[in-house]
Every structure is written in C-alpha cells, then in structure tokens.
Design a protein around this ligand. Structure first.
Ligand code: SPV
Ligand code: MG
Length: 271
C-alpha cells in the first residue's frame, strides 16, 4: 500500500498491510512536485528515513530509473541499505523519468545498459534480503508482448528478484497474457491503477506475487483536505468539519505520545 511520508506509512501499518510502497508519484506530490525527478535523490532519501522510522513494515521504494546510470544505482542502493529499506524497484526508462500515465511511446532504456543497472544494484545491497524489482515498461510504451517478455527474461537473468509488469489498459488482459507466458520464472508484481475493476482473486489465481495499490492514500487525502479547506473557507467556522476530521487526540496516539510520557517517567528527574 502506497505511502508518501511518516504519517501515511503509519496508517498503512495500522490498516494491516504487509508492506509499504514508497511511491515516486505521491512522494513527489506530497512535496508539491511533479513525478519527473524534480525531487533530488537525497531529498527522496530524507523522506524515506522518516517513513522507515515510522513503521516496522518492509518498504519497497520506487527508485524510478535509478537516478542515473549504474553508478547512481549503486550509491542509491547502498544508502537505502543504511536506512533499513527492504527493496527498490527500478524502471527501464531514462533519467529524468516521466510518469507512465503521461504521453505515449516514452523511450525505453537499452536492455544491456539497464541490465548493468540491475547488476550494480544487486552487487551493492548490504542485506541479503534486500529485493530489487525490475519494472518492464514495454507494454506501457506501446511495444509488443514479445518485447516485454524479452526484457523480463534479460532482467531476471541480470539478477532482478522480481519483475513488475506495468500496464495502462483499463482491463487486465495484457497482464494475464504476460503471466501466462512468463510462467512464474520470477515473482510478478503489478500496479492495477488503471485496471482496478479486476477482482484480486483473479490475480491470485494467475500466480501474481504482489499487488501495489500505488497512490490511493495521497488521492484520498487530497480529496479530504480539499473538502475541509473549502468548508472552513466558506463558513469561517470549524463547526461543519469538526465531526468529520481526525481528532487532535488521534494525532497524539498515532505519533506515539504515550511512549514519550512513559520515557519521561523513566528519564526525567522525579518532581
Ligand atoms: C508510482 O507510484 O510512482 C509508480 C506507479 O511508479 S505509476 O504511477 O503507475 O507509474
Ligand atoms: Mg513511480
């Protein structure tokens, strides 16, 4: 489940999910930026540090294109390791990236060059359990299923732990066509933002390993924040919003004030 800061990471954990997707789109959006590598990779790391502190869940980071070539991937993966991040997903496009749902026929990375990014990432992990997911953009960019499979195979051979096959179709047909021919050679990850009406059970039956619900906490917070701001602006009063927003007490609870009170009893001199 998507998160974009410490608070949303906590909410993902509270809801019972088993992992956090640190989305590039929504982490950028939370900073008021476009999903075009406008935030520097160190600014992304800073956000990830807050997220990692906020949750005990594994975090899969959207590493975009890896922020450059193999050398940038190496450094990025090392720094993720220092922050206890569980894995990274890199996509076979060029820096600076453009969100997959914008425009048509975005240029793809050369396969051999992208395999170098994958190998460099895997060689730089500091924890044996660190996961590198290789994201295939061939279908999104208008290439054939053969090209998607050729790329997935090459990325798997280069050491990717899983393949994210991305699609912007409104049905999951091409996802199922891919999984049928891929045959679970490596775990498959999907992002059903556009083909959201397909029942999850069908993805399970197709052997898909992981589903990323990629942006829905950001989108729900935009809707909620917009409504609250408009109401307060119109009414010049809090009366209409008080019943529908989270309480201040809830903020104290989520951010762990009870722990701080307990620590104060342990560490501050008794009065
Ligand atoms: C993201 O959440 O930033 C993703 C998924 O990469 S998508 O927006 O579908 O490209
Ligand atoms: Mg992204």
């Amino acid at each position: 489940m998507e998160a974009h800061d410490g608070m949303s990471a906590k909410i993902v954990q509270e809801a019972g999910f088993r992992g956090v997707w640190a989305s590039g789109l929504t982490t950028s959006a939370a900073l008021g930026l476009r999903d075009s590598n406008e935030a520097s990779w160190t600014q992304v790391l800073d956000v990830l540090e807050y997220m990692a502190d906020a949750t005990t869940l594994p975090i899969l980071v959207d590493g975009d294109t890896g922020h450059g070539n193999f050398n940038n991937v190496r450094r990025f993966v090392r720094k993720l390791g220092e922050r206890g991040i569980a894995g990274v997903c890199i996509e076979d496009k060029l820096f600076p990236k453009t969100n997959s749902f914008l425009g048509e026929a975005q240029p793809l990375a050369d396969v051999a060059e992208f395999c170098g990014r994958i190998k460099a990432g895997k060689d730089s992990q500091t924890d044996d359990d660190f996961v590198l997911v290789a994201r295939v953009e061939a279908l999104i960019s208008g290439h054939s299923m053969e090209e998607a499979l050729r790329r997935a195979e090459a990325y798997h051979a280069a050491g990717a732990d899983a393949i994210l096959i991305h699609s912007k179709k409104s049905t999951a047909e091409e996802i199922f066509a891919f999984t049928e021919r891929w045959g679970n050679r490596a775990p498959v990850v999907i992002v059903p933002t556009m083909y959201y009406s397909t029942p999850t059970e069908l993805f399970r039956q197709a052997g898909i390993s992981t589903i990323i619900w990629a942006n829905h906490l950001m989108r729900s917070s935009i809707a909620a924040m917009r409504e609250t701001a408009q109401r307060i602006h119109e009414d010049e009063s809090l009366v209409r919003v008080e019943g529908s927003v989270a309480t201040v007490k809830d903020i104290f609870r989520i951010t762990g004030n009870a722990e701080l009170e307990e620590a104060e009893r342990r560490y501050l001199p008794a009065k």
